[in-house]
Design a protein. Sequence first.
Length: 302
Amino acid sequence: MNTPNHFQYSPIRGLYLTGLFTLSLVSLICSNTLADQPTLKLWPNGNPDCWTLSEPETGEERGGILRIRNVSEPLIEIYQPEKDKANGLSMIIAPGGGYSILAWNHEGEEIAEWLNGFGVTAFVLKYRLPKKGDPSRHHVALQDSQRAVRLVRAHAEEWGIRPDKIGIMGFSAGGHLSAITATKFNEPNYDPVDEADQLSCRPDFVGLIYPGYLYDKETQKLNADFNVTSENPPTFFTHTGDDPVTVESSLIFYQALRDAGVAAELHVFPKGGHGYGMRTEVPGIASWPDLYKAWILRQLNE
């Protein structure tokens, strides 16, 4: 493969400093599992802090949902749109599953294929799930999401995407991971491993679809994990009033963004529950993909 020109991103001013460096693409492989999509390993030399699992990765399909457990080798699965449709936008997708499983097809691959349909390059993030002894439920997952943003930015020219239009979206626990990725981009979470780690891990826009764990039920305030400032990226929310994970996650985070002067769009529908992905015909909430598509496409010019 040709070595592309890459850019160093300044999240505050949106400026790019051109630089030439080489990234090893040995780990860019074709997977014969799941959707048979090309994949890129996040950590070519092993996970940060020598993090490992003794249990093998497993995948079980139940109720039409492929549930992946015990992720030891995090990666991104790459979905590229047809060349005549590609518009330069890209999206990293974090499936949900309560930080115990990944709802891989339901909240990952199906979303990637949908995004490809209107020109968005998509990356489904297979992130690590916490084990006993981890500092928090999101610690290793945040390492993976930050690394994913940097790798996508590093390969922007090669994959035909704009390094200033890289989004992240997530469902339920994946929404929590996307939100924390969007608020902790200035906080080092692992030691740099190559040139890609010199780039910003700040996503340029964020989609939170029925996100969980964003607020403290006792204080009724934003979870202390989040530090919302005016530097946070524009954010889109979808939630339902009857969601057992509770709509307050979106309402309180939306208000914090608004108070910080960050552009945000919130859609709350009366019914729909939780975990529907794109598989719902409930009036109102069934329209969330159309609303989100329009919002994503507006990011091209904002």
